[in-house]
Design a binder for this molecule. Structure first.
Ligand SMILES: Cc1cc2nc3c(=O)[nH]c(=O)nc-3n(C[C@H](O)[C@H](O)[C@H](O)COP(=O)(O)OP(=O)(O)OC[C@H]3O[C@@H](n4cnc5c(N)ncnc54)[C@H](O)[C@@H]3O)c2cc1C
Length: 417
């Protein structure tokens, strides 16, 4: 059975990448249909930490990381874990991740992230200026905390790169830390404060508001699960579970961690994995939190949201089917209680989300090998919210056949051969 109507641009997925792409496409005069198999905005984009982390230009695969990783792996509730039953499946991805941590790959990743983050900040300013969305973005400033002077000094090279890239921050000692966030444990004597640090007030509400805006501007929403993609002369066909087909002049694949299967239906073997992340959202009264706090030595963050206080992070390379291990959320909460001694840890809501991640921690943005009518936009890992507006802009340029303002060559789907 075929949907008689031919769609102009069909966007598969209503996470932040899908809805932001749809918004940009509409602003360029395209007519957009969103295809979603579940509830709008209920993927990774619903439960993330809400941070617009533009200064996070340092690639995760970095020289020296492989020295730390085995130590983390021995702690099953530490910042990085691989469930034994998934170890074999994730091994090829880990091998590519290790290759991406060479000095030259790191430098390439850094240069790429700098240009992507500059575009991300500029485009998020465009979003922030929209009356329907401006209320969701707040400037709370970011406090990056270190357990000791040794770990603070170990991060000096990263901060030097951020300074070189034009980000503004200043070193703060215990008195200023106490002023910026009263009630932190006394071990925190060394921190960096980024006064321009932005966040969204609630990532799910933000994503839903963009979807609502797209629909209010004439966008359509179809419920259904894309199962297969197929190029057809100068357009593309999407076959849904159940057999129905949808034809569109352009198809944007923004299906987050689930995009791999759609690429496979086109014959592309994409090394997309998921870095599962965990958090707990506590009631607002749990702590008088003034701003985003990064606990750098423990790879987790605490963010004040309009719906409560979110404590989360961690990476679990466990694929899409294993059940969540909420002991990881509890472990993070236990640490947060130690670092914020007055934190009330009762009454929280636990969550696990699937970060869509490529081994070099760069997204995939660009036309598929199979057809210029099928455009990929996924794999943003830890930075999907941050890079969503830039991705929307790049997708809209690609759909229009225009040159992009930054090189998207580093985002090619085929970069791993
Ligand atoms: C714990 C945690 C904290 C994070 N914190 C931050 C942060 O502070 N800042 C930041 O920038 N990023 C953060 N991230 C990362 C960010 O959440 C993701 O990169 C981003 O949400 C990915 O968005 P997406 O639209 O690609 O995917 P998703 O939000 O997962 O959306 C994909 C959508 O596609 C739909 N879909 C999938 N397959 C199909 C199909 N076949 N047919 C139809 N629909 C389909 C899904 O139902 C879903 O709605 C965090 C992630 C986690 C897990």
């Amino acid at each position: 059975m075929s949907d008689q109507e031919k769609h102009d641009v069909l966007v598969i997925g209503t996470g932040i990448i899908g809805v932001m792409s749809a918004l940009y496409l509409q602003s360029q005069g395209r007519s957009v249909t969103l295809l979603e198999r579940g509830e709008i905005a209920r993927g990774a984009s619903s439960g993330n930490a809400g941070i617009l982390a533009f200064p996070e230009i340092i690639p995760i695969p970095a020289p020296g990381l492989m020295k730390k990783a085995p130590r983390w792996l021995f702690d099953p509730l530490g910042p990085l874990s691989v469930p034994p039953s998934y170890a074999l499946q994730v091994a090829p991805w880990l091998w590519r991740f290790w290759r991406a941590s060479s000095e030259s790959a790191f430098r390439h990743g850094l240069k790429t992230q700098i240009s992507m983050m500059k575009l991300s900040a500029a485009e998020m300013d465009v979003i922030r200026a929209m009356p329907e969305l401006s209320g969701f973005i707040t400037n709370t400033g970011t406090l990056d905390l270190y357990d000791s002077e040794v770990s603070f000094n170990a991060a000096a090279a990263d901060w030097a790169e951020k300074e070189k890239a034009g980000f503004v921050f200043n070193r703060v000692g215990r008195d200023e830390i106490e002023e910026l966030q009263p009630g932190l444990a006394p071990q925190f004597q060394h921190a960096m404060f980024t006064p321009g640090g932005l966040q969204v007030s609630e990532p799910y509400e933000f994503t839903k508001a963009i979807a609502k805006l797209v629909i209010a501007r004439g966008g359509k929403l179809i419920e259904g699960e894309a199962q297969r993609l197929e190029p057809r002369s100068d357009e593309a066909r999407v076959t849904l579970t159940g057999g129905k087909t949808l034809d569109a002049a352009k198809v944007v694949v923004a299906s987050g961690a689930w995009s791999k299967n759609l690429g496979a239906s086109l014959g592309e073997n994409l090394p997309l994995e998921t870095e599962r992340g965990y958090n707990t959202t506590l009631p607002d009264q749990a702590f008088n939190l003034t701003r985003q706090l990064y606990f750098n030595d423990h790879a987790f963050v605490v963010t004040p949201l309009s719906t409560g206080i979110r404590v989360g992070g961690a990476v679990e390379l466990g694929g899409l089917s294993l059940p969540p291990n909420y002991r990881r959320s509890e472990a993070l909460l236990g640490k947060a209680a130690k670092f914020l001694p007055g934190l009330t840890t009762e009454g929280g809501k636990q969550w696990m989300g699937f970060r869509p991640s490529m081994p070099d921690c760069l997204p995939v943005i660009g036309a598929s090998k199979a057809s210029p009518a099928i455009i990929y936009a996924f794999g943003h890992g830890h930075l999907g919210l941050t890079q969503s507006a830039a991705t929307g802009k790049l997708v809209s340029d690609l759909v229009a056949g225009r040159d992009t303002s930054i090189s998207i060559d580093p985002f090619r789907a085929g970069r791993f051969g």
